[in-house]
Design a protein around this ligand. Structure first.
Ligand code: OXD
Ligand code: MN
Length: 580
C-alpha cells in the first residue's frame, strides 16, 4: 500500500500525508477541517447531535455519467452502453489534471473494507483523497482505518482509488476506471458517487468486472429480510433504477406488522453475492451506511430513516431552518419562515426548491431501527427472490413472476423506467436500464447478460425472479397502488410463491397474482382499479416489445441468443393469447 501511496503523492504533490486510523478523535479533527473550509456547518446540537450540513459546488451535485469512463485496451470490452477511453490515453489526459492537484493540501489515505470485517466475501480498497468531506463520509459508508489496515497487512490485494477534487471545473472532471488493474482515478468532483470511491466505482463497476472473472455477482440491489408469522426470515434482493424507492422498500415499516410480517434491512443499494455451501446465493451488503436522497423522505414515507438521521449524520445540499435543522421538500409541512436554500440564500417561492433535488443524507446503517440482526453475518444471507422494477405508468402489472431463470434474466435485461420531473430532460420518456446496472456495469453488458445466464446454471437453488411496479396509474392519472408500507403485501405474495404457494394465473409475461392471491384486506381499492393494476394489455406490450427489441439489438452479435429467444417467445405468447 505504501508504495502506491507514495506514487500517488509524487503525482499529486500534497503538502502532507495523513494515514487515517478511523478513530473518533481523528474523525473530530477531520470534521474540524471540513468546517474550516466554510462550506460545512454544524447542525443543532440538541435535536441533531453530531450532525453536519455540507454545501457542494453548485456545478457538482450529482453523478456525471457522461464523464465516467471504463478504460480498456479494446473498445468492444466496454460495449455500447459505457464511455470508453484507452488506458494509456486516459492516464496521459487525467494524469495531467492530477499532476500537482494536491499542492498545498493534505492527502488523506483511507484504507477501507467493503463488507463485514470477517466476511470471506468482503474486499479491501484504499482511497487517497484531498477532501475531508470525503473522509468523513467514507467513515460512515464503509469500515475504514485501522480495521482495514490490519486486515490488509502487507498484502497487495486491494483496489486503489486516487481522488482529488481538483479545481471542481466540470470541464476538468473525469471518473475513470481501469478494470484490468482494478484501479480508479477520479478528479474534479467532490460529489458522493464520483468521490466516495468505495460505492459505485469499486463496489459496482470494478467489482462487477471481478465478479464475472471469479464467478460471483456484484449488483445494484437492496437486500431485505421478510419475517413471517412463525418468525422465519426470507431474504430478497431488488434492483430498481435510481430514484425508484430502493431505500424506502429496504427500510419499510410493514402494513402487515400486526399479522406478523416485518421487514428487516440488510442493505439499500448494493449486493455482493456468492454461492454458499447450502447451494443458495448468499448476499452481503458491502456498505455500512446509507447515502440516500433526502427530498420526499418523511415520517410517512420512511420513518426508520427519519429516526436514523437524528444523530451522527452528514447532510449534503439540503435546506437549513432558523433552528439549524436540515429541511427538504416532502419532509412534511410548508417551508418554515427564515428557511435557507442549499445555495445558502434566503428562501422565497421565486427560488424554487430549498433543497437540491439530489440532496442527500449519509448515515450509519446500524442507526436504523429496521437493521437486520444478520446484516453483518460473515456468510451473508441466503437470497430466495430477486425483484426487478421500475416506474411504468401504464405497462407492467403490480407484480409478476418470471417462468424460470432464463426468462427472469430477460425480464431484468429489458427493465425500464420512465423519467420523472425530478430528473432532467423530458418527462415520461422510457429509459432502458438492465438490472438497474446501466451506469454501473464495468464491462460489456452483453457479456454481463451471459454471466447472469451462466450463474443460473451454477446456483443449485437459484432465487426466483419477479418484477414489480408500484407506479402504475389509472385513466385519471392517479397512482393505483398506495405503495410504501403496503408494498409488504406484494412481498408476502413473493414469499408464498417462493414456498410453492401463492395463487397465480399465467399470462404471456409471466405469473400474475389472482384476485384472491394477494392479501388486500383493509385496503380500499375498487374492483375496476384492481383490473387496471393487474392488467396485461397486449397493445401496450406490443409497443414495449418493439422498443426492447431495438434496445437489445444495440449489442449486435454479442447478445446471448437466449435473450433473443426469450423475446420471440413473449411475442409468440401474446399472439397465441389473442384469438385471430
Ligand atoms: C445512488 C444512485 O446514489 O443509484 O445510489 O444514484
Ligand atoms: Mn444506487
Amino acid at each position: 500500500m505504501e508504495a502506491w501511496v507514495e506514487e500517488s503523492a509524487r503525482l499529486t504533490k500534497p503538502e502532507k500525508i495523513v494515514y487515517c486510523d478511523g478513530s473518533e478523535a481523528e474523525n473530530q479533527a477531520i470534521l474540524q477541517e471540513m468546517l474550516k473550509k466554510g462550506d460545512s456547518f454544524r447542525l443543532n446540537e440538541k435535536t441533531y447531535p453530531n450532525c453536519y450540513l455540507h454545501r457542494s459546488d453548485p456545478s457538482d451535485v450529482a453523478r456525471t455519467e457522461h464523464l465516467t469512463f471504463i478504460c480498456t485496451p479494446n473498445k468492444e470490452e466496454v460495449g455500447p452502453t459505457n464511455n470508453w477511453m484507452d488506458p494509456e490515453g486516459a492516464k496521459f489526459k487525467i494524469g495531467k489534471l492530477l499532476d500537482g492537484a494536491m499542492r498545498g493540501r493534505t492527502m488523506y489515505v483511507v484504507p477501507y473494507i467493503m463488507g463485514p470485517v470477517d466476511s470471506p466475501i468482503s474486499k479491501i480498497g484504499v482511497e487517497v483523497t484531498d477532501s475531508p468531506y470525503v473522509v468523513a463520509n467514507m467513515r460512515i459508508m464503509c469500515r475504514m482505518g485501522k480495521v482495514a489496515q490490519d486486515k490488509l497487512g502487507s498484502s497487495k490485494d486491494f483496489v486503489p482509488g486516487l481522488h482529488s477534487v481538483g479545481d471542481l471545473d466540470p470541464l476538468r472532471r473525469y471518473i475513470a476506471h481501469f478494470p484490468e488493474e482494478r484501479l480508479i482515478w477520479s478528479v474534479g468532483s467532490g460529489y458522493g458517487g464520483n468521490a466516495l470511491l468505495g460505492k459505485k466505482c469499486f463496489a459496482l463497476r470494478i467489482a462487477s468486472y471481478m465478479a464475472r472473472q471469479q464467478g460471483w455477482m456484484a449488483e445494484h440491489m437492496l437486500i431485505l429480510g421478510l419475517e413471517s408469522p412463525g418468525g422465519k426470515v426470507t431474504y430478497m434482493a431488488a434492483a430498481f433504477p435510481s430514484a425508484c424507492g430502493k431505500t424506502n422498500l429496504a427500510m419499510m415499516v410493514s402494513a402487515l406488522e400486526s399479522q406478523g410480517y416485518k421487514v428487516w434491512t440488510v442493505g439499500d443499494d448494493i449486493a455482493w453475492m456468492k454461492i454458499g455451501a447450502d447451494g443458495y446465493l448468499h448476499a452481503i451488503n458491502p456498505e455500512s451506511g446509507f447515502f440516500g436522497v433526502a427530498p420526499g423522505t418523511s415520517r410517512k414515507t420512511n420513518p426508520n430513516v427519519m429516526d436514523a438521521v437524528k444523530s451522527n449524520a452528514i447532510f449534503t445540499n439540503t435546506g437549513l431552518t432558523v433552528e439549524n435543522e436540515p429541511w427538504w421538500e416532502g419532509i412534511g409541512g410548508e417551508p418554515p419562515a427564515g428557511l435557507i436554500t442549499w445555495r445558502g440564500e434566503k428562501w422565497d417561492p421565486s427560488k424554487g426548491v430549498a433543497a437540491q433535488p439530489n440532496s442527500r443524507y449519509t448515515v450509519l446503517a446500524r442507526q436504523s431501527p429496521s437493521i437486520s440482526p444478520k446484516w453483518e453475518a460473515p456468510e451473508g444471507v441466503p437470497i430466495s427472490a430477486f425483484i426487478f422494477g421500475g416506474r411504468r405508468a401504464r405497462l407492467a402489472p403490480l407484480v409478476y413472476q418470471a417462468f424460470n431463470w432464463q426468462h427472469g434474466v430477460f425480464v431484468g435485461a429489458t427493465m425500464a423506467s420512465e423519467t420523472t420531473a425530478a430528473t432532467t430532460g423530458d418527462v415520461g420518456v422510457t429509459r432502458r436500464d438492465p438490472m438497474a446496472m446501466l451506469p454501473f456495469c464495468g464491462y460489456n453488458m452483453a457479456d454481463y447478460f451471459e454471466h447472469w445466464l451462466e450463474m443460473g446454471k451454477k446456483i443449485p437453488n437459484p432465487p426466483k425472479i419477479f418484477h414489480v411496479n408500484w407506479f402504475r396509474k389509472g385513466a385519471d392519472g392517479k397512482f393505483l397502488w398506495p405503495g410504501y408500507g403496503e408494498n409488504v403485501r406484494v412481498l408476502k405474495w413473493i414469499l408464498e410463491r417462493v414456498e410453492g404457494r401463492g395463487e397465480a394465473r399465467e399470462t404471456p409475461i409471466g405469473y400474475v397474482p389472482t384476485r384472491t392471491g394477494l392479501a388486500l384486506d383493509g385496503l380500499k381499492i375498487s374492483p375496476e382499479a384492481l383490473d387496471e393494476l393487474f392488467g396485461v394489455n397486449g397493445d401496450d406490450w406490443e409497443s414495449d416489445l418493439a422498443d426492447s427489441r431495438e434496445f437489445l439489438a444495440k449489442f449486435g452479435e454479442k447478445l446471448p441468443s437466449e435473450l433473443r429467444k426469450e423475446h420471440e417467445a413473449v411475442v409468440g405468447r401474446f399472439q397465441k393469447s389473442v384469438p385471430a
